[in-house]
Design a protein around this ligand. Structure first.
Ligand code: AMP
Ligand code: GLY
Length: 427
C-alpha cells in the first residue's frame, strides 16, 4: 500500500521510520516532511492544510492510507473533505473528523463532554466577552493558583496558570477583550488547579474498539527542573513508573470507557488517536485535556516500544477492524531528548548547519525542524531534532539519549540535561 503522512515534525518522522519498516508499505510519502523523512520517504512540498493539493497528490500517487499527524488539519476537517469527495472517499485515513477533533479544538466542548459523560476532570466554568463581569466575580471566589484556558487552538500557548488574583483578572481581560489569542480566546475556560504528577495516555480507536498504547511522560518547560516557559515538549520517557497497573486500570475504567461511550452517544464516529493528558492525583486519574492526535515528542518514545507492524495496526484502525488487531510492547525504556534552536520558545534563527548526525550510533535520530539545503541539513524550526535512546535500564536509556543530544552540533543548540532524572528517582 502507498501511504501518506501529513506533517513535518519529529512525530511524523517517527511515524515514517516505523511504517517504512513494514512489509505492507510500498511507497511512503510525507507532506511536507523534513530532512529526516526525505531520507526514508518522498517528501511532497504541500502544506498539511492544503486539502486540494493533498487530494491531487493522493490520486496521482495512488495513495491508499493517510495518517494525519498534527491537529490543525483535523480541526479544519480533512477527513470530512475526503469523505465528501466521490473520487476520494475510498482512501483510508487515521484521524478523526471535524466533530471528533473538537475534543482538542474546543476546550469548552471537551469540558462539557467530560462533565456529561462522567469523565473525572477539574471543576470549571466558561466565559465570553459578554460574561466578563461574571468571569471576574468567579475568579475572586476561587483558590489560587487558578487556570485560564483559551477555548480554541493556540499552538500550546493558550493555558495560563495565574498565581495571583491580579494576574488572573488581567489574563481574563486580555483573552476576552483584547483577543490575545484571536478567535481562539473568544471563550475562556476557567478551571481549578490540579495537583499531582502528569502522565499522557494514548488510545487508538476505530470508533468501536480501542487499544491503549504505551504511556509517556512529557517535559513541557524550557528549563531544567521544569522551570521557564512552556514549549511543545523538550523530552519524554516511556514507560512511566508511577503509571502502575492499578493506575492504568483506573484510567481505562474511569476515563477511556466513558470517553468511548460518550463519543458513541454523541454520534461521533471517532477514528484515530486520542491523547489523554492526565493528572495522577493521589492515584486517581483526572483529565487535563484531550488531543485528537499523537503527542510530539511522546510519539518518539511510544512508537519505538511497539514491536509489531505499526502499519498493519494503522490499516486495521482505518478499516474499522481494530478488534482483530494486536500488538506487542517492548519492556525496554525509551527516553528522548529534544535539541532546540537558541531562543526557542521565543524568537529563534533558522538555517544553521547541523553536523554530527552520522556519528550517532546508540540513539535513533528523529528530525523535527530541519531541511535540506543542497547536501547540508540545516535548522528550520524551534525544535530541531529528537534523540531517542532505548535500553533495558532507564539509566542507560537516558545516557544514550543525552549523549546523542550532546553530539549533535549547530550554532545556538540547547537541550535539557535532566530528562528522565525525576522518573529515575521513582524506579
Ligand atoms: P493543556 O494545553 O490543557 O495541556 O495545558 C498545558 C499544561 O498546563 C498541562 O500540561 C498542565 O501542565 C498545565 N495544566 C493545564 N490545566 C491544568 C490544571 N487544571 N491544573 C494544573 N495544571 C494544569
Ligand atoms: N507534547 C505535547 C503535545 O504534543 O501536545
Amino acid at each position: 500500500m502507498n501511504v501518506l503522512i501529513l506533517g513535518s515534525g519529529g512525530r511524523e518522522h517517527a511515524f515514517a521510520w516505523k511504517i517504512s519498516q513494514s512489509p505492507l508499505c510500498d511507497n511512503l510519502f510525507v507532506a511536507p516532511g523534513n530532512a529526516g523523512t526525505a531520507a526514508i520517504a518522498t517528501n511532497l512540498s504541500i502544506g498539511y492544510n492544503d486539502f486540494e493539493k493533498i487530494a491531487e497528490a493522493v490520486l496521482a500517487n495512488n495513495i491508499g492510507l493517510i495518517i494525519v499527524g498534527p491537529e490543525e488539519p483535523l480541526v479544519k476537517g480533512v477527513r470530512n473533505y475526503f469523505e465528501a469527495r466521490e473520487d476520494l472517499k475510498h482512501v483510508l485515513m487515521v484521524g478523526p473528523d471535524e466533530q471528533g477533533a473538537m475534543l482538542e479544538g474546543s476546550k469548552d466542548f471537551s469540558k462539557n463532554f467530560m462533565v456529561k459523560y462522567g469523565v473525572p476532570t477539574a471543576k470549571s466554568q466558561t466565559f465570553t466577552k459578554d460574561t466578563l463581569e461574571e468571569g471576574l466575580a468567579y475568579l475572586s471566589t476561587h483558590k489560587l493558583p487558578i487556570v485560564l484556558k483559551a477555548d480554541g487552538l493556540a499552538a500550546g500557548k493558550g493555558v495560563i496558570i495565574a498565581q495571583t488574583l491580579d494576574e488572573a483578572n488581567e489574563t481574563l481581560k486580555e483573552m476576552l477583550v483584547d483577543a490575545k489569542f484571536g478567535d481562539a480566546s473568544s471563550k475562556v475556560v476557567i478551571e481549578e488547579f490540579l495537583t499531582g504528577i502528569e502522565v499522557s495516555v494514548f488510545v487508538l480507536t476505530d470508533g468501536e474498539s480501542y487499544k491503549i498504547l504505551p504511556e509517556a511522560k512529557d517535559y513541557k518547560r524550557i528549563g531544567e527542573g521544569d522551570t521557564g516557559l512552556n514549549t511543545g515538549g523538550m523530552g519524554a520517557v516511556s514507560p512511566v513508573p508511577f503509571a502502575t497497573e492499578k493506575f492504568m486500570l483506573a484510567v481505562e475504567e474511569n476515563v477511556v470507557k466513558p470517553t468511548m461511550a460518550g463519543l458513541k452517544a454523541e454520534g461521533i464516529k471517532y477514528n484515530g488517536f486520542i491523547f489523554i493528558g492526565l493528572m495522577n492525583h493521589g492515584g486517581e486519574p483526572l483529565v487535563i485535556e484531550y488531543n485528537a492526535r499523537m503527542g510530539d515528542p511522546e510519539t518518539e518514545v511510544v512508537l519505538p516500544r511497539i514491536e509489531s507492524d505499526f502499519l498493519a495496526l494503522m490499516i486495521a484502525t482505518a478499516k474499522g477492524e481494530l478488534h482483530e488487531a494486536d500488538f506487542q510492547v517492548s519492556k525496554q525504556h525509551a527516553v528522548t531528548t529534544v535539541v532546540v534552536a537558541g531562543g526557542y520558545p521565543g524568537d529563534y534563527g533558522k538555517g544553521a548547519v547541523i553536523s554530527g548526525i552520522d556519528t550517532i550510533s546508540e540513539a535513533t535520530v528523529f528530525h523535527a525542524g530541519t531541511k535540506l539545503e543542497g547536501d547540508a541539513v540545516v535548522t528550520n524550526g524551534g525544535r530541531v531534532m529528537v534523540l531517542t535512546g532505548m535500553s533495558n535500564t532507564l539509566e542507560r536509556a537516558i545516557q544514550k539519549s543525552q549523549k546523542a543530544a550532546h553530539d549533535i552540533a549547530y550554532d545556538g543548540k540547547y537541550y535539557r540535561k535532566d530528562i528522565g532524572l525525576d522518573v529515575l528517582r521513582y524506579s
